[in-house]
Design a protein around this ligand. Sequence first.
Ligand code: PGA
Length: 263
Amino acid sequence: MGDKRRIIAGNWKMYKTAKEAVFLVQDLEDQLDDLAQDDRGYDGVEVIVCPPSTDLKSVYTVLWQDKPAIKLGAQNMFWEDEGAYTGEVSPLMLKDLECDYVILGHSERRMYFGETDETVNKKVKAALRHDITPIMCCGESLEQREAGKTDSFIESQILGGTEGLEAGDMKSFIVAYEPIWAIGTGKTALPEDANDVIRHIRAVLASRFGTDAAQDIPILYGGSVKAGNIADFMAESDINGALVGGASLEAESFAGIVKNARK
Ligand code: PGA
């Protein structure tokens, strides 16, 4: 890869009330203020925050007023535009709040809320239909890793999640590789091991969409990323950035990751 895209996305999970979310995003703006800013982000790093859905409106209002280079994403969404689906949030509702990204198929959603590759695929298609960039997650469990099944499992998740899509859809598509055993545990994958799996993901995408399309798809690593380890991941050939949980909940630590993800 030549000049690769660099993306840092914060997944706030089920943390922060709407008021706390406003403080956090304002604090983040301040922390990033000394970096050169343009449409693409901060000094070449695209920055996305994904608050809980009840915070989207208040964070949107801050971003709309202050116009920082921070982009907004959601953590989940349903695949229908509207209807009798109690408790769900639709792509139209996200679009209305200038939510340009949505995390889909996070391992916590697969584990606790019964998401499957099939439902992830429906959501991915709905997101693309509405010009929302999916951040589609995949990742193996410790058991699968120890049984030597990482590559085959990841391949099935990638192929299942992208079923029925075309090469053109890949222009607005992000993958996050998050080994389940590294999420929230303080245990990170070795950067070279993460890079190997990410290269495999790229090869799987190339087999379906062609090498050119696959080359340009940003693939992030996720799992206990911090300001102190992001540079090692960014130094790898195929890693375009990170999906950050815990360390995105404080402006200083998240801004530290953004700063250390620069070229
Ligand atoms: P973590 O979470 O950074 O707290 O490990 C990552 C994620 O689940 O997206």
